[in-house]
Design a protein around this ligand. Sequence first.
Ligand SMILES: [Zn+2]
Length: 199
Amino acid sequence: MQILHPFAGSVQQYIEQLDNPDSYRPGHCPQCQAKHPLTAHGFYTRTLIDTAFDGVIRVRRYLCQTCQRTVSLLPEFVLPYLRSSLAVIALFLITCLLMTQTLSNATRTAPPPMPYQRGQFWIRRFRAQAESLCAALAALTKPVPAPDFVHRAVTMLQSTGWVAAHRFLFAGVRCHLGWPRGLAPDGRRAALSTAAAPA
Ligand SMILES: [Zn+2]
């Protein structure tokens, strides 16, 4: 199971805190509700492209001794299955959709520059989900007048913050590839624990 790790710092700060398993150790199991802090259980790795980072990050896993299932803490700045960070995707979508740069121009000048096809994939996905995204975001912020759903969705995301809307973004991609149960697509908040580390 994957749960969202509400990490607000930079990628570098995320990497630095990883060596201490107590920093964000879940205080209980989100799968069986056992009330024991989970045991550190290694990492898995994944690639990440951020505005100033292109490499591999580790994602910490914990084990519940009661049900013997693992929980991994996915930092909020990444999206499941997508290599680029949320910040990179957000900047690109804003450039293309709000600042109306052409797709080829935006892919060339984006931080970091990217293949045209990748930008095209994000734009298509975003357009396809813009209407349902507006409906989902209405739970977080007031709908704004806009010429279409795409503009309305981007403007609403700017007001809620893209990380706050993490669970709604690219929901179609996630469903297509297999949604991790911990990142519920139906608007239920992902289970989080900010409980203190065990003594
Ligand atoms: Zn458990």
